[in-house]
Design a protein around this ligand. Structure first.
Ligand SMILES: NC(=O)c1ccc[n+]([C@@H]2O[C@H](COP(=O)([O-])OP(=O)(O)OC[C@H]3O[C@@H](n4cnc5c(N)ncnc54)[C@H](OP(=O)(O)O)[C@@H]3O)[C@@H](O)[C@H]2O)c1
Length: 259
């Protein structure tokens, strides 16, 4: 197999949570360009249909399901719907997550804290269980968890440390699942994005313009990432190009965490 062939995903199916917008959508496009059929999950049907229509132009099969993977039950429902297609799922991209609230740690309620952990950690765990088990049975699969540079470091100037804590926990889950499943043919890796100008960050920047300037000043490359720049990393981790890699995190942050 030639080196570029090892990146090809023809004949494979990827389940992408939050594949209708933002980073998930960009990575879904890349996986489809590499040949994968897709199953996209999101809460808003209209956004899913829009993504589906654009992706269908690539000539792949694109299924969409409405589900809230920010709750354990919603995540389980999403997986049941996807498994109901009775197509083997080769790739799981756990992309849904977010900070959502700028709340000081001394003020966060336990209810809020648990909800954010469901969104950033437990939803991904449930998907790993439901989709990972059939992968183990088949002896083959690649799981990619979207963590954040906010896992290993605290982002300056914003509250909501449920985000740092839950993304760090997702990184730890990635490593331990990778160890547990390595001998059973399932690889588990992570991508830790830096700052990308998707909806949530645009909202923060509109609310706190000084925050945008401070972020830019902290990025050695001097710019935010383009969502499409995550696509090749997702294809790499999904495909045989990374066949000897498990438990790893690819950091794509323009150098944010170097200083
Ligand atoms: N953007 C960044 O700079 C950045 C940096 C580091 C890490 N990340 C991580 O990257 C991931 C994607 O971030 P993003 O900025 O692309 O977010 P986004 O622009 O808000 O996109 C989120 C996608 O997920 C879906 N989604 C959100 N909540 C959902 C839920 N509870 N259930 C099902 N689908 C849901 C959205 O569709 P619906 O709204 O229709 O459900 C949409 O398709 C997150 O895990 C985030 O923490 C982002």
């Amino acid at each position: 197999m030639g080196v570029l062939d090892s990146f090809r995903l023809a004949g494979q199916t990827a389940l992408v949570t939050g594949g209708s917008r933002g980073l998930g959508r960009a990575m879904a496009f890349a996986l489809a360009e590499a040949g994968a059929d897709l199953i996209l999950v999101g809460r808003d049907y209209g956004s899913l249909v829009l993504a589906q229509m654009e992706l269908l132009e690539l000539g792949r099969e694109i299924d969409i399901f409405v589900a809230d993977v920010g709750t354990p039950k919603g995540a389980a429902d999403a997986c049941e719907q996807a498994l109901g297609l009775e197509k083997p799922i080769d790739i799981l991209l756990n992309n849904v997550g977010g900070r959502r609230a700028d709340v000081a740690t001394e003020d966060v309620t336990i209810e809020q804290w648990k909800g954010f952990f469901d969104l950033n950690l437990t939803g991904a765990l449930v998907c790993c269980q439901k989709i990972g088990k059939p992968m183990i049975d088949r002896g083959r699969g690649s799981i990619i968890n979207i963590t954040s540079i906010a896992g290993p470091i605290a982002i300056r100037g914003i509250g909501g440390r449920h985000y740092e804590a839950s993304k760090a926990a997702l990184a730890a889950l990635t490593r331990s699942l990778a160890a547990d499943w390595a001998g059973r043919g399932v690889r588990v890796n992570a991508i830790a994005p830096g700052v990308f100008a998707t909806g949530p960050n645009e909202k923060w920047f509109a609310e706190k313009p000084e925050f945008e300037a401070s972020f830019l000043g902290h990025i050695p490359m001097g710019r935010f990432g383009e969502p499409a720049e995550l696509g090749p990393a997702a294809v790499f981790l999904a495909s045989d190009a990374s066949s000897y890699m498990t438990g790893a995190t690819l950091v794509l942050d323009g150098g944010f965490t170097l200083w």
